[in-house]
Each structure stands twice: as C-alpha cells, then as structure tokens.
Design a protein around this ligand. Structure first.
Ligand code: AKB
Length: 314
C-alpha cells in the first residue's frame, strides 16, 4: 500500500511550493493538501485537498482516520509581525496546533512529523553574528516564544515517545509563487514587486538591518533532505539552525540596481517590525545541518535576485 503525506497549512508561502515538490516526488494522489482556506492556485486540481483546522480536534482526527498518513508537515502558524497584533491567538494556533498534531501522530502511528521553527527563537541577548545552535535564547515576540516552546515539545515527544519529529529554524524565506505570511523578513519579497511596478520601495526596516535569508528553492530542498536523512545521522531533535545568505536592505537595493538601474530605496521611520528585526541574529551558523545531513545552499543574493526578477517579470 502507498504511504500518504499530509501537508497542513498547504496554502501558505511554504506550503504552496512544498506540496508541488512532494507531489512531484511521491505522486499527486499521495500528498494531501490541508488548509482552513481553499487554495486559489492549481494544487486543488493536481491532488487531494481537505479543509483542516488544527485547533478543531474532531476535524483533525477525522483526517488522520481517513488517510492514516505516514508523514505530516505542519506548517500552519501565525508569524512574527502578525503575532504581535494578536498574541493569544498566535500562541493558541502555534502551540495547541502543534500539540494536537503530535498527539494524533502518536495515536495513529505516524512515522515522521515535520514542524518548522524560526530564527525568531533567538532574542536580544543571543549572539548576533554566526549565531550558533546552542546559545542564550530569550525571544521577545510571541511567535519566537511559541517556536522555542514548540522546539522543546518536539524534542520531548522524540525522547519520551520515540516520535520522529524533525525541524528547521528557517531564516527569512524569499519566494515569488505565494504571498508571504505577515513576517518581519517580508520586506525582502515586497521590494521585488515594487521594484518592478514603480522602481522604488519604502522599506519598513532600516538600511543597516542585516538578517539571515534563504531562497525558497533551497528551503524546500533542505526541508525534504532533512526528512529523507537517515535517522541515525540526526543529532538535533529540537530544530536545526539553517541559512542561505544574509544581507541588509541597502545591499539588496544595490543588487537590484544591477537589473533596474533607477531603483530607489526609501525608509519609513518607527515601524514596530524594526525592533523585532533588531532582536534577531544577523547571520547563522548552520554547521550541524551541514555535518548531519550535508546541507549546502545553492542560492546567494545575486542568483536569488536574478530569479525573483525573472519570475515576477512574467
Ligand atoms: C518572520 O519574519 O516572522 C518569518 C520568520 C523569520 O520566521 N519569516
């Protein structure tokens, strides 16, 4: 019998691309896209879709019963900037959604669970440069707090129950297929849309704000590589540091000007996302991912910029 994979939060920025890639690898019928919203793109026709609310246990249980999945990717989450507007809702979705999925994964003998963490687990007292896997972690956004707590739960379910949960701390993810989901790093996507539309962009982060970033193709490949890695290679059961590149808005503007010479970058004062960005690392040391499952990014800032502009121009 074929094994089935569920992707919960399939319509988001990551899910949109992950579902397509998983369907290419495992076959469309065996990857079930789940979300609380119907997809507005072609995955609806390319394979099964189910309405799923991770906070509704009856609904979630019915999906586990129907598909008896062997793998789950739980992507449903409220990100850093949106989370600050409704902290209790962000905590509820990010935390209880994870716990519901972990419990049903145990009940239904799911073989592997994937759950994304983020660089938001680090905080103002974490080292800023080449932030290492293990260091001071004092996140001060509700998103970061929920991701750090979630990491501890993932490791706990692995240690106590033997559940094979795997996780990555994503940096800012840059993509063109689906809109970003309300994060602090979203400027690095909006900038490309506005560069093409009006040759100018008003950045909510200041010129010097360096953040770790990654092009979505690398993120999808890395995620699937981690899920395919032999279990005995994995030394981290909380979440792996993971990175592709790092840059500031000013450096990205210089790169964009190589393609759109009259591009202008302006800065808006006093955006609450600046404080969030200032509390996060500037760059990440992902040597555990390199060592354990041979992680190596393919996209640097120049190649990512070329790809973003080429696809969005279409
Ligand atoms: C955000 O900015 O909230 C996300 C993230 C880094 O997790 N992109």
């Amino acid at each position: 019998m074929h094994e089935t994979t569920l992707v919960i939060g399939a319509n988001g920025q990551i899910g949109t691309e992950l579902v397509t890639e998983l369907r290419n690898i495992y076959g469309s019928d065996y990857v079930v896209a789940c979300d609380i919203r119907r997809p507005d793109y072609d995955t609806k026709n390319a394979g099964p879709f189910e309405f799923v609310n991770v906070l509704d246990k009856e609904n979630l249980k019915a999906i586990f019963q129907k598909y008896k999945p062997s793998a789950i990717y739980l992507l449903a989450a409220i990100l850093s900037a949106t989370g600050e507007q409704n902290p209790k809702l962000a905590w509820d979705l990010n935390m209880n959604g994870l716990l519901n999925v972990l419990d049903f994964a145990l009940d239904f003998n799911v073989k592997k669970v994937y759950w994304p963490s983020s660089i938001a687990v680090f905080g103002p007292n974490s080292p800023k440069e080449h932030t290492s896997q293990y260091c001071v972690m004092d996140p001060n956004t509700v998103y970061g707090i929920s991701k750090l707590a979630g990491e501890r739960w993932c490791e706990y379910y692995f240690n106590k129950h033997g559940l094979d949960v795997r996780s990555i701390r994503y940096p800012g993810l840059i993509s063109w297929k689906a809109a970003p989901g309300g994060g602090t790093t979203d400027y690095a996507i909006h900038i490309f849309h506005d560069a093409l539309k009006k040759a100018s962009y008003n950045s909510f982060l200041n010129a010097e704000t360096r953040l770790p970033m990654m092009y979505m193709d690398d993120a999808i490949r890395g995620t699937i590589e981690l899920m395919e890695a032999p279990v005995e290679k994995l030394s981290i059961r909380s979440s792996y540091n993971f990175t592709g590149m790092d840059f500031t808005p000013e450096e990205l503007a210089i790169e964009i000007r190589k393609h759109i010479p009259d591009f202008k970058l302006n800065y808006s004062a006093h955006d609450p996302r600046q404080a969030i960005a200032d509390s996060w690392p500037k760059s990440i040391d992902d040597s555990f991912a390199q060592r354990d499952w041979n992680w190596k990014p393919e996209f640097d800032m120049a190649r990512m910029t070329e790809e973003m502009l080429r696809h969005l121009r279409k």
